[in-house]
Design a binder for this molecule. Structure first.
Ligand code: ZN
Length: 246
């Protein structure tokens, strides 16, 4: 089975469209590690698309906050404003869809997906030190996660953890070999709001019959998203950060 692995779409329709076009014909099922909405201007299109096209989705903190306003206390003012705007756009049915998304980890085929970390959906796995305490508790040799908006991840062997790097700026893709006797936590990167200094949309492909994961980047018409953010009255900072991928 060939999987397209997405995370942190964040209501960016132009980025999602570019990813789907770029990966066309290379996958059978679509899996999402959460955060369908928040920050960007197309929550309705992205939620409707996800409900129709994704085989498995775990909830992200932004999805959760749309369904439970108490979660908003944990958000910074810009993120909070974008969630309040998002809720004003979504229908009751769409909010119910977000409210019904399961907490990770969720098992798909032979691997797992979660939003932040296998042990805590809201935790940020940024460095090997964040992962080391979790290695003994990994239930699957391969887990896909998101939340940090940083493409790459971690290779774990016994208690030692090494970082897996993102696709280099001048390249389109990078191969991560999946070896037996190791555990992998792989972040496909963010479709809709990359924060690793590369403004291109990020995603991953995983063919279970092949022992590797492909990390990919693709450019999208970011100025269209930027204009929509400004027209919607969302904070300008959300537009400018997309240009730099931060
Ligand atoms: Zn996110």
């Amino acid at each position: 089975m060939r999987f397209l692995i997405l995370s942190d779409l964040h209501a960016n329709w132009e980025a999602l469209s570019a990813v789907l076009e770029d990966a066309k014909g290379e996958f059978d099922k679509i899996i999402c590690c959460g955060d369908l909405v928040g920050y960007n201007p197309d929550p309705v299109s992205v939620v409707v698309w996800a409900a129709q096209n994704c085989s498995a989705v775990v909830r992200g903190n932004h999805d959760k906050a749309c369904a439970d306003s108490e979660e908003l206390d944990w958000f910074n003012p810009v993120a909070r404003q974008s969630i309040q705007w998002t809720v004003s756009q979504l229908s009751q049915k769409q909010i119910q869809y977000l409210a019904g998304l399961p907490q990770g980890p969720v098992t798909v085929d032979q691997f797992q997906i979660c939003h932040g970390a296998p042990l805590d959906e809201d935790e940020y796995l940024i460095s090997p030190a964040d992962v080391e305490p979790q290695v003994d508790y990994l239930d699957a040799p391969l887990t896909f996660f998101g939340h940090t908006h940083l493409q790459g991840g971690f290779l774990c062997h016994r208690r030692s953890v090494k970082q897996i790097s993102k696709v280099p700026a001048e390249e389109r893709e990078q191969t991560v070999m999946i070896e037996p006797h190791y555990s992998y936590l792989i972040n496909p990167g963010s479709v809709g709001q990359p924060r690793d200094g590369d403004p291109r949309a990020a995603y991953a492909l995983y063919d279970t019959s092949q022992s590797y994961v492909l990390l990919r980047r693709v450019s999208y018409p970011v100025n269209e998203t930027l204009n929509k953010i400004l027209q919607a009255g969302l904070p300008e900072k959300l537009a400018t950060r997309l240009l730099r991928g931060i």
